[in-house]
Design a binder for this molecule. Structure first.
Ligand code: PLP
Length: 374
């Protein structure tokens, strides 16, 4: 019985816990250990800092947005010696810049695979190949990267890869998980920063028998278990394809509407950041989505607030959602006096969708549904 009354120290729950860990390993495609923590994604980010480093350790943070700045603040809060490699919002830190900065005293490198605040991705493959040649560990916040972009954790040298329940994993917020390479475990043997709630060695010991050190979030684990069954049923590659195709359709719709993308050179498949047209505050767009249509899109964060709006298209988001979002966007722009041809964005989405449906007749790449009976 999988009710709310399931106790976390029972065999029923241990079975769920062990299945979730095994399935996470499978969908993340890694041989590394995977652990689950009761926290939002930031908790796993903090765990990677406190468990792998000592005060004064030299680390590099590659930052190009608000989540990169979170790494900067967090590593400084714990007294690390932080070198900041920065790219402007909407761009990415280059692997060449990282390679140049990687002196032998650097113990760790932090980055976002997908920088959700700007809708840009980092080339974590090239970065990982550079870090792999050194003694440093590569810590990747992939909270919106997992399930939206291919991440070959083991061969690319991604020592710690962090995910969260509430993005492409389609579960309410409250669980974070991370994969940990042998190189990262070795760093932990020397790391002296204080830690208690997030003690990864302790969690690993408990996880071996299907338990967590502290009380597990039983409801969220049951939900994650369900989400993982769904992801396995369609395949992680299809989940990623879905995000990529929807992202492409979103970008083409924006072009058709004369809108400019904020991260045009290296756009993320998880979220599309769009510049608000001149004279229109992006907050108005966000507010009208909610008030007129009950739909939620996001404003820019920090200094990007008012300048960009962000449309998510990951997890179970499908083409039907996108038709609605783009049609609504057109109406909002039109109502605010922005010159748009009604239907032009929707037509762009239809064109992308039609093209994909024609090239693959068995599976609908966008919805993951079988096309046989259509
Ligand atoms: C959502 C997100 C996080 C997690 O933030 P929480 O508020 O702790 O859930 C971290 N990094 C990125 C890139 C994200 O998109």
């Amino acid at each position: 019985m999988l009710g709310a009354g399931m106790h976390h120290r029972t065999q029923d729950f241990r079975n769920v816990f062990l299945a979730v860990l095994a399935d996470l390993k499978q969908v993340m495609g890694t041989a590394n250990d995977v652990l689950v923590l009761v926290a939002s994604g930031t908790g796993a980010m903090e765990a990677s800092v406190t468990n792998c480093f000592s005060a004064g350790d030299r680390v590099i943070v590659c930052t190009a947005g608000k989540f990169g700045e979170r790494w900067v603040e967090m590593t400084r809060a714990y007294g690390l010696d932080v070198i900041v490699l920065e790219a402007p919002y909407g761009k990415a830190v280059s692997a060449e810049a990282l390679e140049k900065a990687l002196t032998p005293d650097v113990k760790g490198v932090f980055v976002q695979a997908s920088e959700t605040s700007t809708g840009a991705v980092h080339d974590v493959r090239a970065m990982g190949e550079a870090v792999q040649k050194t003694g440093a560990i590569f810590v990747v916040d992939a909270i919106t990267g997992l399930g939206t972009m291919p991440l070959y954790i083991d061969s690319w040298g991604l020592d710690i890869v962090i995910g969260g329940s509430q993005k492409a994993f389609m579960v309410p917020p409250g669980l974070a998980f991370l994969s940990i390479s042998p190189k990262a475990w070795a760093h932990m043997e020397r790391a002296k920063l204080p830690r208690y709630y997030f003690d990864l060695k302790r969690e690993k010991k408990y996880a071996a028998s299907g338990e967590s050190a502290w009380t597990a979030s039983t409801a969220l684990m049951l939900a994650l278990n369900e989400a993982l069954q769904y992801i396995k049923s369609i395949g992680m590659a299809t989940l990623i394809d879905n995000a990529e195709q929807l992202a492409r359709a979103t970008r083409e719709a924006c072009h058709a509407l004369g809108l400019e993308l904020f991260a045009a050179e290296n756009p993320s498949a998880s979220v599309t950041a769009v510049k608000a047209p001149d004279g229109l505050d992006s907050g108005v767009v966000v507010k009208e989505f909610r008030q007129r249509f009950g739909a939620i899109i996001a404003n820019g964060q920090g200094e990007m607030k008012g300048r960009i709006f962000r449309i998510a298209h990951l997890g179970y988001f499908d083409v039907a959602d996108l038709f609605a979002v783009i049609a609504e966007l057109e109406l909002i722009l039109y109502a605010n006096g922005i010159p748009v041809t009604l239907g032009a964005g929707v037509a762009a989405v239809q064109r992308v969708y039609a093209e994909i449906a024609i090239t693959d007749k068995t599976t609908d790449k966008i919805t993951g549904k079988e096309l046989a009976n259509v």
